[in-house]
Design a protein around this ligand. Structure first.
Ligand code: MCA
Ligand code: AMP
Length: 504
């Protein structure tokens, strides 16, 4: 791992002082304002201490200037940033705060009512962003870049989400690979519409922009009509999103008048790059988008544990259905079922990754961390093949990992929660191909005698316990779950119950 010793993001920001950094609903802010505000945040968090010494600070702040000032303030005070998701219900927030063992919880006033009671019950220090920004800046510690910087929660094949710990060096490596591959520069201006508790929104969009001295224009969330309006009205050069978002933009374009369509196409012409990732981009979507916008989407492949690993080129051919070649400083190998490294073209193998971009550990899970590596290579669980140096993703090793709307969710985690419903005897969750979401979460349920639920009742109950993207979209009541001779539920058979999806 490279050790550059200091966190360059802030040193670089001082060099862009008077340039605009963030455009948000609260206003426009320069890099100097970001440095000043994050200095105040850091001072409040330190509360007289010299260094937070990797204290976890969880924060629930909507996309905008306060989010960035809080994140930077945590980092500058020597803390570990644990972003909470604005869409999460109480049990998910509680899990993240508890598992990360966050001593401090920060909330924007709009989430005070939601978060203060949780924080008080858990006996953590609660601070509002308005109070964070009120303290005058003090001297901040020098942070060695090999230190832990961030914990992001990601679903895996076992139960509850795990905290992925990245150091400042990891973040720097992930960012600089993208800066060089995608030619980020000071005069870039990106529209940010992604959630800010995952790598795509935090690293690829926000941190790359701020590393470059560019403008990050942040919307409160994704709404297709608002995005098209920003495309038309703003001087954007870059856009990055998941396939579901491109689908939604296509649907909005289809519903527009001929004059509006003309303005939309004209707006797209000014972009220098549009990127898709987090889930497989169907070739039909790539083609439709190219027809509408004149932009061939650059598809890339990544994972929370590694940042981005493979990317189509900025210049040169972007082959539909392929995710391109390894990014700078990222080593990739494919390993077959027998554990042999694949050297020939067109033979499938698991993608394994090595490099300074690869995360440090799963938070307080040394066994899971050890299991995730083979001879120092991180095992992604994704299968791919290589043709002429470029890679095509074929799928995942585990049927229990579902990608929906760009979010990774665990079938087992959802099953565990649903089984706590008093009417549910047994259940099996699967991901089923879906035009809108990539995959949709489907559940087969054996109800306790005479205690059936409607899909709506099930969803209402589940929404109080699970993130909205984990809540099943389709449900199939069954007498028994399909099982093999060993008594294990056969997920491929469960999937068949949903083709075409059955809403009951
Ligand atoms: C939301 N809903 C869903 C889903 N999500 N229904 C089925 N499947 C889903 N996945 C439902 C909600 O329950 C709600 O239902 C209604 O849709 C609206 O919810 P809302 O939260 O407003 O959804 P949305 O705003 O329309 O969300 C669509 C979205 C969002 C904008 C595409 O899913 C999104 O931002 N996705 C990006 C995720 C992302 O950034 N992933 C990167 C992970 P009701 O109306 O009944 O209440 S990082 C990663 O993967 C790696 C590193 C990488 O390679 O990037
Ligand atoms: P996450 O754990 O949320 O970071 O999601 C990472 C997973 O998203 C990867 O392991 C892949 O399964 C999937 N993924 C990311 N980018 C792509 C892509 N371009 N094509 C197919 N799958 C992708």
């Amino acid at each position: 791992m490279t050790n550059t010793n200091t966190v360059q993001l802030f040193e670089r920001a001082a060099g862009f002082a008077d340039r605009k950094a963030v455009f948000a609903s609260e206003g426009d802010f320069t890099y100097q304002q970001l440095l000043d505000a994050s200095g105040r945040v850091g001072a409040t968090l330190l509360d007289g201490a010299a260094d937070l010494e990797e204290t976890r600070v969880a924060f629930l702040v909507p996309p905008g200037f306060d989010y960035v000032a809080t994140q930077w303030g945590i980092w500058r005070a020597g803390g570990i940033a644990v972003p909470l998701a604005v869409s999460h219900p109480r049990p998910e927030l509680e899990y993240t705060i508890t598992d990360s063992d966050a001593a401090i919880v920060v909330a924007h006033p709009q989430y005070e009512e939601r978060l203060r009671p949780v924080t008080e019950d858990l006996n953590r220090k609660f601070i509002l962003t308005t109070d964070l920004l009120a303290t005058p800046p003090t001297e901040l510690p020098t942070i060695d870049s090999s230190r832990r910087a961030m914990i992001l929660y990601t679903s895996g094949t076992t139960g509850k989400p795990k905290g992925v710990v990245s150091t400042h060096d990891n973040i720097q490596a992930q960012v600089t690979a993208l800066i060089s591959a995608w030619g980020w520069r000071q005069d870039d201006h990106i529209l940010h519409v992604l959630p800010l508790h995952h790598t795509h929104g935090i690293i690829n969009v926000l941190t790359c922009a701020l590393w470059s001295g560019a403008v990050c224009e942040m919307l409160p969330g994704f709404k297709a009509d608002d995005v098209w309006q920003r495309f038309i009205d703003s001087d954007l050069t870059l856009f990055m999103a998941v396939p579901t978002i491109y689908n939604r933009l296509i649907a909005a374009w289809e519903a527009a008048s001929p004059e509006e369509k003309e303005a939309m196409a004209e707006a797209c012409a000014k972009f220098r790059l549009m990127v898709s990732g987090s889930a497989a981009l169907p070739v039909s979507v790539l083609e439709q988008w190219e027809g509408i916008s004149g932009q061939r989407l650059l598809e890339r492949y990544g994972m929370t544990e590694i940042g981005m690993a493979l990317s189509n080129p900025l210049d040169g051919e972007r082959v539909p259905g392929f995710v391109g070649a390894p990014l700078p400083a990222v080593d990739i190998r494919l390993v077959d079922d027998q554990g042999q490294v694949v050297t020939e073209d067109s033979i499938p193998g698991e993608i394994q990754v090595k490099g300074p971009n690869v995360f440090m550990e799963y938070w307080r899970r040394p066994e899971a961390t050890a299991e995730a590596f083979q001879d120092g290579w991180f095992q992604t669980g994704d299968t791919a093949l290589r043709e002429n140096g470029i890679y095509r993703i074929l799928g995942r090793n585990s049927v229990d990992i579902i990608k929906t709307g760009g979010y990774k969710v665990s079938a087992l985690e959802i099953e565990e929660t649903l089984r706590t419903h008093p009417n549910i005897q047994e259940c099996a969750v699967v991901g089923v191909p879906d035009d809108k979401w990539g995959e949709s979460v489907c559940v087969a349920i054996v109800f306790k005698h005479d205690r059936e639920l409607t899909l709506e009742e099930l969803r209402d109950w589940a929404k109080e316990r699970l993130a909205p993207y984990k809540v099943p979209s389709h449900m199939q009541p069954v007498e028994d779950l399909p099982r093999n001779a060993m008594g294990k539920v056969t997920k491929p058979e469960v999937k068949k119950l949903f083709s075409p999806p059955a809403d009951s």
